[in-house]
Write a protein that binds this ligand. Structure first.
Ligand code: NAI
Ligand code: 3PY
Length: 323
């Protein structure tokens, strides 16, 4: 029997690549170079399945293909705002993602960011490594206490709920959530959380605000200059969602003029390009999109893609179909 042809756009964990090669006629991107929209368009004409990640652009231009061969785009990652939904639908392509298996690790990174920015850990490390540490003193790098403070979570889905658990059960934080739809009372009760009706209502109440909604056009600049102004002047903003959810220039202004206490980012608009202005902000912690970067999560994401492909090519509905 002829095996379906599969293109993997980046290197994946070895165990997953081996399994893919066994099950499918697999082409790996051994150089691990990001593919251009033109490369993607070409791949959509040649392979039964294309397996992209967040670094691939599958916008309307890339999906403007005549005679596409691809029937399934099985994304390696949970966020799929880099895939143009109307175009994929028009082409009749199935799109799947990899939810759940990375929720804990991504929440761990959001909690890491929260702690780092509150306790000025990035500044401390930079000082020490540059040889400028002159020793302990009562006024040195004094940060903000985390325990018992109020955390606002925007987007109370899988990762937002994991973040709430860590913050509430680990640090005794009070949790306030804002979600696009009403959250089941039993989910709120698990963290003694309260749901508010709008982002504007949430922001002024919180010492920390953590973003866990999807990216994409609908949430671009959800946190803009006006909303940054609604935050307490000593509050911190955490983003392990997508860069475009924050108006980056407005955030730079807020940080430079100390309109908020600080920010901590795992994701950036137009990453891996980083605005030079962000690099000037001392009250900012930055990580290079590490949310799901654990051996365990990255393998599980790959095996979840394999499950989705297995279902699809056996004629079953893939469990993680999103389009
Ligand atoms: N930093 C990283 O490495 C990672 C980032 N992510 C990002 O995290 C996002 C969330 O992932 P999951 O929790 O699995 O998704 P999910 O779908 O379980 O949760 C997202 C929640 O956000 C809500 N939402 C959407 N728009 C909203 C808005 N404007 N205001 C308030 N709530 C809104 C939805 O109703 C949903 O409950 C992904 O879409 C992805 O972009 C995911 C994994 C790793
Ligand atoms: O899964 C995602 O959406 C990521 O950003 C990378 O894990």
């Amino acid at each position: 029997m002829v095996k379906p042809s599969v293109l993997v756009t980046r290197r994946w964990p070895a165990a997953v690549e081996a399994q893919l090669a066994e099950n499918y006629d697999t082409v790996l991107n051994t150089g691990d170079k990001p593919m251009s929209p033109a490369d993607i368009r070409d791949a959509l004409k040649r392979y039964d399945a294309v397996l992209p990640t967040v670094t691939d652009t599958l916008n309307a231009e890339a999906l403007d293909v005549d005679g596409a061969q691809t029937k399934i785009i099985a994304n390696y990652g949970v966020g799929y705002s880099h895939i143009c939904e109307p175009s994929a639908r028009e082409l009749g392509m199935t799109v799947t993602n990899t939810p759940d298996v990375l929720s804990e690790c991504t929440a761990d990174i959001a909690m890491t960011l929260l702690l780092m920015v509150a306790r000025r850990a990035g500044e401390g490390e930079r000082e020490l490594r540059s040889g400028n540490w002159t020793g302990w003193r009562p006024t040195h790098l004094v940060g903000t206490k985390v325990s018992g403070k109020t955390l606002g979570i925007i987007g109370f889905g899988r990762i937002g709920q994991q973040m709430a658990r860590r913050a509430h059960h680990g640090f005794g934080m009070k949790i306030v959530v804002q979600n696009r739809s009403r959250v089941a009372p039993e989910l709120l009760q698990q963290c003694n959380a309260t749901q508010v009706d709008s982002v504007d209502e949430l922001l002024p109440q919180c010492d920390f605000v953590s973003l866990h909604c999807p990216g994409g056009a609908a949430n671009r600049n959800l946190i803009n200059a006006r909303r940054l102004n609604l935050m307490k002047p000593d509050a911190f903003l955490i983003n392990a969602a997508r860069g475009e959810v924050i108006d980056e220039w407005a955030l730079i202004q807020a940080l430079m003029f100390e309109m908020i206490g600080g920010a901590a980012l795992d994701v950036f608009d137009g990453e891996p390009r980083i605005s030079p202005d962000l690099l000037q902000c001392d009250n900012l912690v930055m990580l290079p999109h590490l949310g799901s970067a654990t051996r365990e999560a990255r393998e599980a994401m790959g095996f979840r893609v394999l499950d989705n492909l297995g279902d699809f090519f056996a004629g079953r509905a893939p469990r993680d179909r999103v389009i």
